[in-house]
Design a protein around this ligand. Structure first.
Ligand code: CU
Length: 613
C-alpha cells in the first residue's frame, strides 16, 4: 500500500512543476524542499514501560438545557496530571481539567450547546514564538488564547472554532472572527468518531501539545442494532508522542539545537516538525491495555503534532522486548466521517496521519494469555514509505502493549455485521468544478522553512492572510486535486465537509489542464481512505484527488455556508503557514460580500469585535 517518491527525484519533481506551471507562475530556483528532521537533543528520562493501565477518558455531563437541548460548560484549565509512575506530576492543560478531555457523547439528530470557557493562567506553559502572524495576533494578552474546533463537525461557521475566533480568559479579549460564546453543534451527519481540539491562530501546536484534545463520539440511534462491541468493550484511544523534562514537565523545543542559522532566528522559534520520544496514549506514557479474549471496538485517533502512525498488532515478548508473529488484524468499520458501507480487514498496516481516525474491531479470542504490541513502523518525517533510515528519522515503534487475560475465549455476543453505514458514491461526472491546489515549501523572512498551500494560479503558495481563493458554492460538487511538491507527506484537512478519495497518481502523470479525472487511471484509495474522510494524506511527488459535495448529499450531512479553513494537520505546519480560508458561498450569484470579508478589518480586530456577521 505504501508508496514512496521512488525513482522520482525532487529535481525531476520540480521540473514537472515548472512545466505545468510555466504559463502562470514559476517555481523558486532553490526551494527548500529537502526536509530536515528537527535536531532536538532533549530526551525524556528513563521510564519503565507497560506498568500502568491506559486510562479511559470520562464522559462529559451536560449542566442543563438551552433552547430545550443539552447544554454543556467546559472549563479549560491548567492542572497537574500523573502521566507516568516514574515521573513527577506533569502540568498540562485540560478540558474540564483532564488530558485528554472528557468524551462528548452525542446523538445524531439531537443538537447540543457547549460553552468553552478559558480559565487558563497568564503565562503559556510552553515557549511561544511571537513572530508567527505577529501582525495579526496579539501576543501580549492577559491569558493564553484558546478556541475549540470540532474536527469533522458539519457545523455552522460561528461554532466551527476557527483560528481567528480565539478568546482569552473569561472572554476578556476575542479574535476578529469570534461571534458567540455558546457553540451550537447540530449533529446532523452520519455517526462518527469526531474529536475536539484547540485551534488558536499561531499557537495551535502548543495548545494541543499542552493537552487540549478530546473525543466527540456521534452515535446513531440505530447503532445498537449493529451489535458491535460496546460499553466497556469500546475504547477510544488517542495516540500521541511527547518528550518530558526530568521534573516531569512537558518539553517542547525553543528552536533547532543544531541550527547554524540560530543566531538570526527568533528565540523561541517554531520548529519545522516535532517528534516526541515517548508514546502517550490517552494521557499515559508507555501504557498497557488489559483485555478479555473477545472482540473490542477501538476508536483510534492520531492526536500527535507531526507524527504519522503505521500500525499493526504483533506478538510481543515483554521480558525480552522483542516482537514475533503477526497478531490479530484490524477490521476497519469506519474512518473520519463515519461507518464504511461494509467492514474491511486490514492485512497490511493501518496508516494514520495527524488527526485521522480509524474505527476498528479487533478479535482477541485466539490470543488468551498472550501479549501483543501495538507497533508503528512509520518513520518520523514520513515520506510515504517505511524504508527510510531509522536512525535519522526517530521512529516510535512501540505504542502500547495489550495483555489478553484468561486461557480461553469468553462468551462474546458482539459481531461485525456485513453491512454498516451508507456511503453513496459521489459520481465523478457530477463535479461542477475542478480545483488544483499545491503543497509547497518556501523560506520565511528568518530563512526558516515555511510550508504553504498554493493554487493553479499561484502554484508557489499563498499565505493565510492572502485573499481567499477557495470559494465553493453550496450544493455544488468539486474535485480537489492536491499536488504535493514538498519532500514529505502532509495530512490535508478540510473543515466542515467529508469527502471521498478518488485515488492517487504520480505528479508527473498529472495533467491539470484535463477536463476531467478518470478514476480508473489512478491508484485506488488506500484501505483507510474508503468512505467519508475529512483528512487525506498526500505523499511527496503525488497528487491526491478527492471529490467533495458542499451541503446535504443524498440525505446525509447538512447545508452550511460561510468562512471555514483547510490546512495541513501537522500542527507545526498549520501554524506556519500551511492553512488557508475556505469560503462556502450561499448560491451561484457569488453575491456574498458581507460574508467574504478577508483579510480581516484592522479596526474591528483592535476592538475585539466581530466583523463577521
Ligand atoms: Cu504538512
Amino acid at each position: 500500500m505504501l508508496r514512496g517518491v521512488g525513482a522520482l527525484s525532487i529535481p525531476s519533481l520540480l521540473g514537472a512543476v515548472g512545466k505545468t506551471a510555466a504559463a502562470s507562475n514559476s517555481v523558486p530556483d532553490e526551494p527548500n524542499v529537502v526536509p530536515q528532521v528537527a535536531q532536538i537533543s532533549q530526551s525524556s528520562p528513563e521510564l519503565e514501560k507497560w506498568v500502568e493501565e491506559v486510562p479511559r477518558p470520562g464522559v462529559m455531563e451536560p449542566q442543563g438545557t438551552k433552547e430545550g437541548q443539552p447544554y454543556y460548560e467546559v472549563e479549560i484549565q491548567e492542572v497537574e496530571q500523573d502521566i507516568h509512575r516514574d515521573l513527577p506530576p506533569t502540568t498540562v492543560w485540560g478540558y474540564d481539567g483532564q488530558y485528554p478531555g472528557p468524551t462528548i457523547e452525542a446523538t445524531r439528530g439531537e443538537p447540543i450547546y457547549i460553552r468553552w470557557q478559558n480559565k487558563l493562567p497568564d503565562e503559556h506553559l510552553l515557549p511561544v514564538d511571537t513572530t508567527i502572524h505577529d501582525e495579526n495576533v496579539p501576543y501580549d494578552t492577559t491569558s493564553s488564547r484558546v478556541v475549540t474546533h470540532l474536527h469533522g463537525g458539519n457545523v455552522e461557521h460561528e461554532s466551527d472554532g476557527k483560528p481567528l475566533a480565539w478568546f482569552t480568559r473569561d472572554f476578556e479579549e476575542t479574535g476578529p472572527k469570534f461571534t458567540k460564546k455558546d457553540y451550537y453543534y447540530v449533529n446532523d451527519q452520519p455517526a462518527s468518531t469526531l474529536w475536539y481540539h484547540d485551534h488558536s491562530l499561531g499557537i495551535t501546536r502548543l495548545n494541543v501539545y499542552a493537552g487540549l484534545a478530546g473525543f466527540y463520539l456521534l452515535r446513531d440511534e440505530s447503532e445498537p442494532e449493529l451489535d458491535l462491541p460496546g460499553g466497556e468493550y469500546e475504547i477510544p484511544l488517542v495516540l500521541q508522542d511527547r518528550t518530558f523534562n526530568d521534573d516531569g514537565s512537558l518539553f517542547y523545543p525553543t528552536g533547532l539545537s543544531e541550527d547554524d542559522r540560530a543566531e538570526s532566528r527568533p528565540k523561541p522559534s517554531i520548529v519545522p516538525q516535532f517528534y516526541g520520544d515517548t508514546s502517550v496514549v490517552n494521557g499515559k506514557a508507555w501504557p498497557q491495555l488489559t483485555v478479555e479474549p473477545r472482540k473490542y471496538r477501538f476508536r483510534l485517533l492520531n492526536g500527535a503534532n507531526s507524527r504519522f502512525y503505521n500500525l499493526k498488532l504483533l506478538e510481543y515478548d515483554e521480558s525480552a522486548g522483542t516482537t514475533g508473529e503477526e497478531g490479530p488484524s484490524f477490521t476497519l468499520i469506519g474512518n473520519d466521517g463515519g461507518f464504511l458501507s461494509e467492514p474491511v480487514q486490514i492485512n497490511e498496516r493501518l496508516q494514520l496521519g495527524s488527526s485521522k481516525r480509524a474505527d476498528v474491531v479487533v478479535d482477541f479470542s485466539d490470543y488468551a494469555g498472550q501479549t501483543l504490541l501495538l507497533h508503528n513502523n512509520a518513520p518520523a518525517l514520513f515520506r510515504g514509505s517505511v524504508d527510510d533510515d531509522v536512525e535519522e528519522t526517530k521512529p516510535l515503534p512501540e505504542v502500547m502493549v495489550i495483555n489478553i487475560e484468561g486461557t480461553e475465549p469468553v462468551e462474546d455476543p458482539s459481531q461485525v455485521p456485513s453491512r454498516l453505514g451508507r456511503v453513496p458514491e459521489i459520481p465523478v461526472d457530477s463535479a461542477d468544478h475542478n480545483r488544483y491546489v499545491t503543497l509547497v515549501t518556501q523560506t520565511d523572512e528568518y530563512d526558516r522553512p515555511v510550508h504553504l498551500l498554493g493554487t493553479e494560479e499561484n502554484i508557489t503558495g499563498n499565505h493565510l492572510y492572502d485573499p481567499v481563493t477557495e470559494t465553493p458554492t453550496l450544493d455544488t460538487t468539486e474535485i480537489w486535486s492536491i499536488a504535493n511538491i514538498t519532500g514529505m507527506s502532509h495530512p490535508i484537512h478540510l473543515h466542515l465537509v467529508h469527502f471521498q478519495v478518488l485515488g492517487h497518481q504520480s505528479f508527473s502523470d498529472f495533467n491539470p489542464d484535463a477536463d476531467t479525472i478518470d478514476p480508473e487511471s489512478l491508484d485506488p484509495p488506500r484501505t483507510n481512505e474508503q468512505g467519508w474522510n475529512d483528512t487525506v494524506t498526500v505523499d511527496p511527488g503525488e497528487v491526491a484527488h478527492i471529490i467533495v459535495h458542499f451541503g446535504e448529499y443524498d440525505g446525509l450531512f447538512n447545508d452550511q455556508t460561510g468562512h471555514y479553513m483547510w490546512h495541513c494537520h501537522m500542527l507545526e505546519h498549520e501554524d506556519h503557514d500551511m492553512m488557508r480560508p475556505m469560503e462556502v458561498l450561499p448560491d451561484d450569484s457569488g453575491n456574498n460580500e458581507e460574508k467574504c470579508e478577508w483579510p480581516v478589518d484592522d479596526e474591528n480586530r483592535d476592538s475585539g469585535g466581530p466583523i463577521f456577521e
